[in-house]
Design a protein around this ligand. Structure first.
Ligand code: SF4
Length: 449
């Protein structure tokens, strides 16, 4: 398992008359070499500078020409594949048609915010989320009165539906009978052995999984007393309570023969959550649903979730995730996908980089960026896909192309005109008024046929 102590070393040997440099890449985690391989570099003269850079667990190697031109992009895609293989190995379960754990790609989920009793409104929200990339949806089942609507939702949803249950195990059983693809229970309020035994029978009969969703807001009275009595670190005490609560529930369900289990250990504190997930992942191989509960509003919630979920993902922990925001569920989904992309676990198509602007900026960069993003969204909405590529929107022609030299296509603004560059090389100069039209026609080449 990788840890935050990962470090790397690179070195090169070679001479200007040889056909290639020989570079050895070594990635070390927890004192162990986890990746070591020779890299053949292209023939080049006067190549004399090798730079290594570490971003979390992502390793970038670039070979830079003496005169400043980057001639080799790191083969970070291959490295990402290898780092992916370092993910914590968990058992695999199926939520409907979506595999969770056991090396399956990390899935994103959200939760409907409509009245479950209104099947039409709930299905409309699910359809919207599914078309934006949501893979699993959770729907609250707060009372018996919504079971009929829930059955309609579960049978008509384009993605698997998890019934979210609190307090009453009979609602979980009724949801299972209504063809839920999984149920989520809260160990703090679902009841004791008798209730879990009845629920286990239904889970086994219908062959569906259960998520044990430990949550800092609804720990049992016993756990709350333990935290209150804690004289040491409260984050630590909360994490311990979440782990104990989930493990206890796992053991009870296992006793009744349930094997398809997924676990979450969510606290509203990032620290407590991260400690809890780390600890649980050392003790169990059940797949983990990661997230920060009640993270907050759009801005603060995304920051808390990115820090917490991002830290776990970079350590190889997490099989499926939800970002919980006091906001439109589409925002939860966008944030979840962006976190996976930022962690290098999904490849954005395209990746967009833009300069922060400074005193050299000569164009309205924010407006240009906005229009480019809208064009890309429109293209995707029309069912067209981008190749794996990087697009750069830079404010000046002095540093822009150099700063984004590995971009497949870019714009660099200048006074009265704009430059279009590919892989750091200027290919066209056009008046500012024509810049976007020229850029959009070049952009077409990055769309798959
Ligand atoms: S690309 Fe140019 S305008 Fe943008 S931050 Fe860098 S120097 Fe400033």
């Amino acid at each position: 398992m990788a840890s935050a102590t990962a470090s790397f070393t690179t070195y090169a040997t070679g001479s200007f008359i040889q056909h290639a440099f020989s570079v050895l890449k070594i990635l070390v985690a927890n004192g162990k070499v986890v990746l070591q391989e020779p890299l053949r570099l292209p023939t080049t003269s006067k190549t004399n500078l090798i730079e290594g850079r570490m971003t979390g667990f992502l390793f970038n190697l670039s070979l830079t020409h003496r005169y400043g031109r980057n001639i080799l992009r790191s083969d970070s895609l291959k490295l990402l594949d290898q780092l992916d293989a370092m993910r914590k190995k968990t058992r695999q379960i199926m939520i409907g048609s979506v595999a969770v754990g056991g090396g399956a790609p990390i899935s994103v989920q959200s939760m409907t915010k409509t009245d479950t009793g209104d099947a039409d409104a709930t299905l409309a929200q699910i359809a919207q989320l599914a078309s934006a990339g949501c893979q699993i949806i959770r729907v609250a089942v707060p009372s018996k009165s919504v079971i009929k609507a829930f059955a309609e939702i579960a049978s008509s949803s384009p993605i698997p539906v998890i019934a979210d249950i609190h307090f009453d195990y009979r609602l979980a059983i009724a949801s299972i009978e209504a063809k839920a693809h999984a149920v989520r229970i809260n160990p703090g309020n679902i009841g004791g052995e008798k209730e879990l035994e009845a629920l286990s029978r239904a889970l086994i009969d219908y062959g569906i999984p259960v998520r044990i969703g430990a949550n800092s807001g609804s720990l049992s009275e016993k756990q709350r007393r333990k935290i209150a009595a804690s004289v040491s670190d409260r984050h630590e005490a909360m994490a311990a309570a979440l782990v104990d609560s989930a493990l206890e529930q796992c053991r009870m369900l296992e006793r009744f023969g349930v094997e398809k289990i997924k676990v979450s250990l969510k606290a509203s504190s990032v620290l407590s959550s991260v400690i809890a997930y780390r600890r649980f992942s050392r003790l169990s191989d059940y797949p983990l649903h990661v997230g920060i509960t009640e993270a907050g509003s759009l801005y603060s919630g995304i920051i808390k979730s990115s820090v917490g979920i991002g830290a776990l993902l970079l350590e190889g922990i997490g099989d499926t995730l939800r970002v919980s925001l006091s906001a439109d569920p589409l925002e939860e989904l966008r944030a979840a996908i962006a976190i996976l992309e930022a962690a290098g676990l999904r490849r954005p198509r395209p990746e967009i980089v833009s300069c922060p602007t400074c005193g050299r900026t000569k164009v309205n960069l924010l407006e240009i960026l906005d229009k480019v993003e809208k064009r890309i969204e429109e293209t995707k909405k029309n069912g067209r896909k981008f190749k794996e590529c990087k697009i750069a929107i830079m404010g000046c022609a002095v540093n822009g192309p150099g700063e984004a030299s590995d971009a497949d296509l870019g714009i660099a603004g200048a006074s009265g005109f704009g430059a279009i560059f590919k892989k750091g090389v200027l290919v066209n100069k056009v008046p500012e008024a024509e810049l976007l039209d020229s850029f959009f026609s070049e952009l077409e080449a990055l769309v798959e046929n």
